[in-house]
Design a binder for this molecule. Structure first.
Ligand code: GLP
Length: 266
């Protein structure tokens, strides 16, 4: 696992956006895994600006969202379908026919999960998965105790996650209790993982993800088994890591000196 510690959220978004842009430039029909929440917003803004400037095109790319609230139709402004439409599909100029969000409003959620797995496989799998991380270490909506072998399925949300996400809704009571989320096994099938985290409220989760132990109590710790996972974090989110000197030295050697950091890529 590569851990990149950068000064602030802007630098985190710059670096992660660069990784996405480099992929799409080398492979215009790339399949992206797209996260929701506040963490990746800066990535999407930078990519959209590059598209607007004519420096990048997602016209041939495809995207799969990680998760959706159960019981929310795509028209609901709180749905992740609405988030993806507003932050990803439109701004990046993706073909809506190639953008997929789990159908959390399906009558048969188990069947919808299986159909989502089939759609990802049918697209050839995810090339690069963008991830945020919950304060309790969840990725997607895979809450603590999730199976490392799990596939897209219904999950109950923890109270902490519902409280954390209540800021997007009117009140805690309005936050759905369940979701349809890619499993940890689904996420681990992505060929590359780029996880971004900003802020001190993510520090414990980031330390658990990067430095373990590997445990279902911190679902993101499964990424230690991934052959190409990058954690891009700001100083506040890095505060509980122990190997920070090592990560900084490795980053300087691998990126900063060669100028392969920041956004946009040259
Ligand atoms: C949400 C989403 C995750 C997201 C995480 C952190 O509930 N299901 O995909 O990464 O929690 O959210 P935020 O980036 O807003 O802190």
């Amino acid at each position: 696992m590569e851990v990149v510690i950068l000064p602030d959220g802007d630098a985190v978004a710059d670096h992660a956006a660069r990784l996405v842009a480099e992929l799409v430039r080398s492979r215009p029909d790339a399949v992206l895994g797209v996260a929701t929440g506040s963490s990746p917003v800066g990535i999407y803004r930078r990519l959209a600006a590059a598209v607007d400037a004519g420096e990048l095109s997602f016209a041939r790319a495809a995207a799969f969202a990680l998760d959706e609230y159960a019981g929310l139709p795509p028209e609901d402004p709180h749905s992740y379908a609405a988030y993806i439409a507003g932050h990803v599909t439109g701004p990046l100029g993706l073909d809506p026919a190639r953008v997929h969000v789990p159908d959390g409003n399906a009558a048969d959620l188990a069947a919808a999960g299986a159909a989502y797995e089939a759609a990802i496989a049918g697209a050839g799998g995810v090339d690069l998965q963008i991830l945020g991380i919950g304060a309790n270490g969840h990725i997607g909506f895979n809450e603590p105790s999730s199976s490392f072998a799990s596939r897209t399925r219904v999950k109950a949300l923890t109270r902490q996650t519902r409280e954390d996400n209540a800021r997007f809704f009117g009140s805690l009571a309005d936050v759905p209790t369940h979701c349809l989320t890619q499993g940890l096994g689904t996420i681990m099938d992505a060929r590359r993982i780029v996880l971004v985290a900003q802020g001190s409220h993510k520090a414990a989760a980031v330390a658990g993800a990067a430095e373990g132990p590997v445990t279902a109590m911190c679902p993101a710790s499964v990424l230690q088994f991934h052959p190409d996972a990058v954690l891009v974090v700001d100083e506040a989110a890095a505060a509980q890591l122990t190997l920070t000197d090592y990560y900084r030295t490795a980053y300087e050697a691998d990126h900063a000196k060669r100028g392969t950091h920041g956004f946009p890529p040259q």
